[in-house]
Design a protein around this ligand. Structure first.
Ligand SMILES: C[S@@+](CC[C@H](N)C(=O)[O-])C[C@H]1O[C@@H](n2cnc3c(N)ncnc32)[C@H](O)[C@@H]1O
Length: 191
């Protein structure tokens, strides 16, 4: 059984809360990117699958890899995917900055509310580039760096310039901002 120690139950509840949909509906990512229905998507820092599970439901012909450094998160993701009858979700316990999948595995890599937790984002973004096929898309969503009454304290927010710098250093091009969230920055880049 996975070690769930260190997984704060209140945090799990927050990650699962449908209240999040009011300000961070992951469907908006896919409305913007319009992925082919048989896409392969890697969700890094998947948590309990707030992004991965609805994507897998919306696109039953897609393949979804949900990756997290906590095996307890992957256990919860896998349990929920099974309960919802989603055979297209595969949980992977990853190492920091390393996922056991071949080069060019994915059409899209998504990282939602993870960037602000990373002390050194570039090694993980470089791994994202390796995992994407040439021309594939990285999609990052994280708290906007603004005092807007919703975003968390400064340490948990990410300035757009930092996202742009980190993505550029990792080798991504054609960076684009998507103005679909009130309290989050949504940025994409091309591998
Ligand atoms: C704030 S939660 C967001 C979860 C999910 N993306 C969502 O929006 O509900 C961040 C997740 O990233 C995971 N995480 C933290 N550092 C990580 C790293 N270096 N690589 C992969 N996952 C990481 C945590 O275990 C946690 O599940």
């Amino acid at each position: 059984m996975a070690d769930r120690l260190g997984m704060d139950p209140a945090r799990i509840e927050r990650l699962r809360s449908p209240d999040r949909l009011e300000y961070f509906d992951p469907d908006k990512i896919w409305n913007e990117l319009t992925p082919p229905p048989d896409s392969t998507v890697i969700d890094i820092g998947t948590g309990v699958g707030f992004v991965a599970l609805p994507f897998a439901e919306r696109y039953p012909d897609a393949t979804v890899y949900g990756c997290d450094i906590l095996d307890g998160m992957i256990e919860l993701l896998t349990e929920d995917a099974g309960a919802r009858g989603l055979g297209n979700v595969h949980g992977i316990v990853m190492q920091p900055n390393s996922i056991d999948l071949p080069d060019g595995s994915a059409d899209i890599v998504v990282m939602a509310q993870l960037h602000h937790e990373l002390d050194e984002p570039v090694p993980l973004l470089t791994e994202c580039k390796r995992l994407l096929r040439p021309g594939g898309t990285i999609a990052i969503v994280d708290w906007a760096d603004a005092d807007n009454g919703k975003s968390p304290p400064v340490g948990r927010r990410v300035p757009v310039a930092r996202l742009q710098d980190d993505l550029t250093v990792a080798g991504f091009a054609a960076l684009a901002l998507h103005d679909v969230y009130e309290f989050h920055t949504f940025i994409t880049g091309t591998a």
